[in-house]
Design a protein around this ligand. Sequence first.
Ligand SMILES: Nc1nc2c(ncn2[C@@H]2O[C@H](COP(=O)(O)OP(=O)(O)O)[C@@H](O)[C@H]2O)c(=O)[nH]1
Ligand SMILES: [Mg+2]
Length: 230
Amino acid sequence: MTKISIVVPTYNEADNIEALVCGVFGLGLDLELIIVDDASPDGTGKIADRLCGKYPNLRVIHRSERGLASAVVEGFKAAEGRILGVMDADFSHPLDAVPRVIAPIAEGSADVAIGSRYIPGGEIQGWNMLRKITSRGAVLLARPLTPVKDPVSGFIFLNRAVLDGTSLSPAGYKIGLEILVKGRYRRAVEIPYTFKNRDTGKSKLNIREYWNYIIHLTRLYRYRLTRLFR
Ligand SMILES: Nc1nc2c(ncn2[C@@H]2O[C@H](COP(=O)(O)OP(=O)(O)O)[C@@H](O)[C@H]2O)c(=O)[nH]1
Ligand SMILES: [Mg+2]
């Protein structure tokens, strides 16, 4: 079986982390799980450390700075798997969708597989209208960068070779978009899934992250343009 490294960024996920770790290992896949915690005040990092005694394939990286996407980059650097992936800690990316998103990479039919809410069969449950509109707006702003319908997805798997020779420097949340723009891949596929808004804990998405997204987009457009005219 191909070894898979799943990176889960966490900030204040004390209510979710144990169930998530248990659920991921319960999938029965050959995987390592890397939690990257940014000094969560609610003790998520400590809970994760404790779980390492129970799950030999669990590792925890502790950082002192904040940033979802940069935490994932840190996790990828430590990862040993041939397949890399990222998912949230709050069960918004359902466990039963994980094998479906990994499948195209494991089978070799794609280099990047994106869990997608914006293709037929995909759905979002539990978001208010404002959140739905801002997400659609974020997708529109990224449209010229990639044909992928859900480029702001945080549920994504890839061959580690996709990152060879790349230098990832995402600002904010959108690790998937960073990979889609800078990664080296021939085929990216989207796998529909139902995003379920979290039941416990709070979203960390705030106005600052909207601003980070604009900064991130600016960098990615500049990156794309400099390569276009080289
Ligand atoms: N390491 C790290 N993880 C973060 C940070 N912000 C959010 N996360 C994690 O990233 C995932 C998605 O965040 P969430 O707040 O649920 O965002 P939403 O689903 O877009 O509302 C969750 O697992 C969070 O714990 C951060 O600054 N650092
Ligand atoms: Mg969430």
